[in-house]
Design a binder for this molecule. Structure first.
Ligand SMILES: [Zn+2]
Ligand SMILES: [Zn+2]
Length: 216
């Protein structure tokens, strides 16, 4: 057992930051570094890890507002989808642009990039074995809002029908926010209870996706 995986609730907006590490080489990736870099560093050092990379699901502030703090001390690689990079400021030149199907290595582990536009143009999910970190694309029994700049409800519909529903049903969904009774759930269960995955048609889906979701 040399995989380190931790779901860390952080900040005032019920975000989840995730840590993926390889105990063998002590490399640690932070998924969506936000809110409290000291808390993230503390967990890393307690387990003897060096933060070597940051993987970004999308560019909303509640998912990236600690990237600059991270880069001030750590020589970390920051991975962000190529369609999302143009939306950010500050560390744009530092970002390593990713594309659908790319593989990102964390020690001996490989994370697969899945481009999932809809919540934002360059939203991406990360697949690590049977775990999928879904950012604000898919929540437990919900989905990210589509009315912010770069959002597109129709694209999110096709992300669900053409990408998410084609993934193995036994993967565990780890969302970007704690908005539900469960911290994670299998895709198979979400296919039964998530109204956005259950939509019968595009029209059905679009009628459900209304402004006013509480997420960023
Ligand atoms: Zn968001
Ligand atoms: Zn968010």
């Amino acid at each position: 057992m040399s995989l380190f995986f931790q779901q860390v609730p952080l900040g005032p907006m019920a975000n989840y930051v995730y840590l993926i590490g390889d105990h063998a080489c002590k490399e640690l990736a932070v998924i969506d570094p936000a809110w409290d870099i000291a808390a993230i560093r503390k967990i890393a050092s307690e387990h003897g890890f060096t933060i070597t990379s940051a993987l970004i699901t999308h560019g909303h502030p509640d998912h990236i507002n600690a990237v600059e703090d991270l880069l001030q001390q750590e020589n970390a690689k920051v991975y962000m989808h190529k369609d999302e990079v143009p939306w950010i400021e500050g560390w744009k030149e530092t970002a390593i642009a990713t594309g659908h199907g790319d593989a990102i290595n964390i020690g001996q582990y490989t994370v697969q990039v899945i481009h999932t536009p809809g919540h934002t143009e360059g939203s991406q999910c990360f697949l690590l074995g049977d775990k999928m970190l879904s950012g604000d694309t898919l929540f437990i029994d919900g989905c990210g809002r589509t009315d912010l700049p770069g959002g597109n409800a129709e694209k999110l519909y096709y992300t669900f029908t053409d990408i998410i529903k084609n993934l193995p049903a036994d993967i565990m969904i780890y969302p970007g926010h704690d908005y539900a009774h469960d911290k994670c759930q299998r895709l198979s269960q979400q296919l039964q209870t998530n109204p956005y995955l259950r939509a019968h048609s595009k029209q059905d889906f679009l009628s459900m996706v209304q402004p006013g979701f509480k997420s960023l």
